[in-house]
Design a protein around this ligand. Structure first.
Ligand code: PAF
Length: 283
């Protein structure tokens, strides 16, 4: 596995690969890798000649400096995992390489970011849009792979790719869960064993809402929130039932093709997100 730190060297190498008609699959990450990331690498390997991962903790997308400081950094472990997974190339730039000049550009995504993550983390999606654009320009991927856990991020990147005509196709891969249902996340390692034991209730609350959807959207939301009330360690920041395409909160399930139930909650000072996608035919 090759590791490139310098963006210009990486671009040179990859444009040579593309001249040889090799397709490039790209998995952007912020490191602290787990099986969820590796499932994206597996998918990229199936569909491309060359699989590239990036590891870059992007300061521009952290609205909370403490969250940036505490974000787990496990480079040696990450490189081992990528190598074992058969990733061919890793891009590991420094903050100076990426942001020698602070971008003046501001990206905004209209109604897509007025809800959920965008609403609660001002500036977050501007940071995501800018770094993903930069990474696409360095890596020149044919295909890029993202996890469904960050569903709103995927919707925003898909919109950006459409609006700016990036020549890349995107794939949203399913959430990988621990045996007890907790969605895998780099932030899970920050939970104490005691709080880790409570964490699967977050996923359970989504399932409770799903099971109650027949009775109505408000009823489903209330059922989930009253379940979470019994676990005071979990403090929901939002719990939304939305159209899966527009991400706008819905009132009536019957008016939508597919919906998504999303939660962000604090546990042990750690902010966790999760969601489930539901096709209306299954309700
Ligand atoms: O999902 C992530 O890990 C990050 O938001 C991404 C897409 C790598 C951009 O920094």
């Amino acid at each position: 596995m090759e590791v490139f730190k310098n963006p210009a060297d990486l671009r040179k190498f990859l444009s040579q690969q593309k001249n040889k008609a090799n397709t490039v699959g790209f998995v952007p990450t912020m490191g602290a890798l787990h099986k969820g990331h590796i499932s994206l690498i597996d998918e990229a390997r199936k569909e491309n000649d060359l699989t590239v991962a990036s590891i870059f903790v992007n300061p521009l997308q952290f609205n909370n400096p403490r969250d940036l400081e505490l974000y787990p950094r496990t480079i040696e472990h990450d490189l081992k995992m990528l190598e074992q997974a058969g990733c061919e190339l890793v891009f590991l730039p420094s903050v100076e390489d990426i942001y020698r000049d602070k971008p003046l550009l501001k990206m905004s995504f209209g109604s897509l970011e007025e809800v959920m993550e965008g609403r609660h983390r001002p500036g977050h999606f501007n940071g995501v849009g800018i770094i993903v654009s930069k990474l696409f320009h360095y890596v020149l991927p044919d295909r890029a792979y993202f996890g469904q856990k960050d569903l709103q991020q995927f919707a925003i990147i898909r919109q950006m790719v459409r609006d700016l005509s990036f020549p890349v196709s995107l794939k949203c891969c399913p959430i990988i869960r621990e045996e007890d249902g907790l969605a895998m996340s780099s932030r899970n390692v920050r939970l104490s064993p005691e709080k880790r034991a409570v964490a699967p209730r977050i996923y359970q609350s989504l399932k409770i809402a799903e099971d109650s959807l027949r009775s109505g959207v408000e009823e489903a939301r209330n059922a989930a929130l009253s379940f979470l009330n019994s676990y005071p360690d979990i403090q929901p920041e939002y719990f939304e039932i939305c159209d899966a395409e527009t991400l706008q909160p819905i009132k009536d399930v019957k008016e939508h093709g597919s919906i998504v139930i999303c939660i962000a909650a604090y546990l042990d000072g750690v902010r966790l997100i999760d969601n489930i996608l539901i096709s209306i035919r299954t309700i």
